[in-house]
Design a protein around this ligand. Structure first.
Ligand code: PM9
Length: 455
């Protein structure tokens, strides 16, 4: 059944079309890194769903209510109340974006030498854990590393892996367990409620805190409604509250689920963690009542938090991602299955089977997609995985992906048809695509600014 947009368009932003010659020059200038392209040179921007959302008329109105007082702004209390209502956490500290919250929680909970298990790494999350002296350990189920495995909850924690780690290093050496919902690097794959509950029981039985990356938890809640027995008639807002009842706190990038362009927060139940967060936020972000955000940003978030749990909104959001994924699957293009919540992930290993992973197949494919049609995507493979901080060797993830990320409420299905046609065309001529050589590599989070040359 077709699911139409549950909104209509009130304001539009013109898009610039470019020629192939212009795009060839632009990708060379950008060192074959789509992060380094200018927005003006991009036609359809599927780099990320982060901060690229279209706000509603109510959010734009909420901006005008922003209280820009340095301390104790009304906007802070409205955001705190919306966090209490949607997630159920008593305490909240705003941050400029998600990694600000990751920085704070890593500093608060990690002692040098401790382990931080999680259901697959995320780039910024892991770097903050490592900078705080921790070591990330992957405890996601094996199916998550296989783009073809059909599992309804590929984001699930493998409880056996977590138990084995606790047995091996001892609960005291585990700083906390961090569970992501949905799992970005696995292809936007959800965690089931049963798995969240069981992980929570295992952690708490061993006196270990369970933290959650709630960046895309609403999308996860919708998958629970669709796929997990007993939730078909439960509103997404109630599923989200139940999910959050199993964890001790969250880091959140409001730039995704919360339908805004900037912002984040750390939320929790425990007052002593709140106290530490308030002490640190003034050093790194700003006062505990603004944490790097303007009052108007906090008001836009407060309104976005209420819109994100609207059942019609989230049903259409997931439908639109599936629409693109199914077009590609029908044409035989290899993608991560099941289709995820925020993006369709091309499997560059199978797409470009003639290229070794050291030749950066996903990075090359993202570059060629841009040259072909002006569509900007993102590498999520060997470049994103970076190097092991202890050995200096390249990490070689099983998943070598190109992410076609759909911003919320921004593009129509016709835009996605253009994307699909370009990807399908490239797939038909895939043998022509050659690898890349990295010519500049920054020390951390290299995918943002590394430069490449075609071989
Ligand atoms: N995610 C994304 O495009 C933005 C930049 S990183 C390539 O997917 C999770 C699951 C994220 C995330 C950002 C952050 C950090 C934390 N967790 O970007 O700092 O997907 O707001 O959030 C990006 P911030």
């Amino acid at each position: 059944m077709t699911v139409a947009e549950p909104y209509r368009i009130k304001s539009v932003e013109p898009l610039r079309m470019s020629t192939r010659a212009e795009r060839e020059a632009a990708i060379d200038r950008a060192g074959w890194n789509t992060f380094l392209l200018d927005s003006d040179d991009v036609y359809i921007d599927l780099l990320t769903d982060s901060g690229t959302n279209a706000m509603s008329d109510r959010q734009w109105s909420a901006l005008m209510l922003g209280d820009e007082a340095y301390a104790g702004a009304r906007s802070f209390y409205r955001m705190r109340d919306a966090v209490r209502e949607t997630y159920g956490f008593e305490h909240m500290v705003p941050t400029h974006q998600g990694r600000g919250a990751e920085h704070l929680i890593s500093k608060i909970l990690i002692k040098e030498g401790q382990y931080v298990p999680g259901n697959m790494y995320f780039t910024t999350t892991r770097v903050h854990q490592e900078l705080a002296g921790g070591t990330f350990v992957d405890i996601i189920i094996d199916e998550a590393h296989d783009s073809r495995a059909q599992h309804p909850f590929k984001g699930n924690v493998d409880l056996g892996k977590l138990e084995a780690l606790i047995g091996q290093v001892g609960a005291a050496n585990i700083a906390y367990v961090n569970i992501a919902t949905t799992v970005n690097m696995a292809g936007g794959q959800p965690v089931s409620m049963a798995n969240l509950r069981a992980t929570s029981e295992l952690c708490h039985r061993n006196g270990i805190l369970l933290w959650c990356d709630a960046t895309r938890a609403v999308e996860n809640a919708y998958f629970i409604r669709q796929r997990e027995e007993g939730y078909a008639d439960t509103p997404v807002r109630a599923i989200l509250r139940e999910m959050m009842s199993h964890v001790d706190g969250v880091t959140m990038s409001a730039k995704k689920d919360a339908l805004v362009n900037i912002g984040g927060f750390l939320a929790m139940r425990d007052e002593s963690i709140l106290q530490r967060a308030r002490e640190l936020v003034v050093v790194y972000e700003g006062m505990p009542t603004y944490g790097g955000l303007a009052g108007r940003d906090m008001d836009a978030i407060a309104q976005g938090l209420r819109e994100m749990v609207d059942d019609d909104y989230i049903a259409h959001r997931i439908y639109q991602v599936r629409y693109l994924g199914e077009r590609l699957l029908d044409a035989g293009v290899p993608i991560v299955e099941p289709i995820g919540g925020h993006a369709v992930f091309l499997d560059a290993r199978r797409f470009l089977a003639h290229l070794d992973q050291e030749l950066f197949p996903a990075q090359a494919l993202a570059g060629h997609l841009y040259v072909d049609s002006g569509v900007r995507s993102m590498e999520r493979g060997i470049v994103s995985a970076g190097r092991d901080p202890h050995t200096g060797a390249n990490r070689k993830p099983a998943l070598e992906l190109v992410r076609l990320t759909i911003p919320r409420r921004v593009y129509t299905d016709r835009h996605l048809d253009v994307v699909a046609e370009s990807v399908i065309g490239l797939h038909q001529h895939r043998e022509d695509i050659r690898g890349l050589r990295m010519v500049y590599e920054p020390p951390t989070l290299r995918f943002f600014t590394a430069r490449f040359e075609p071989l």
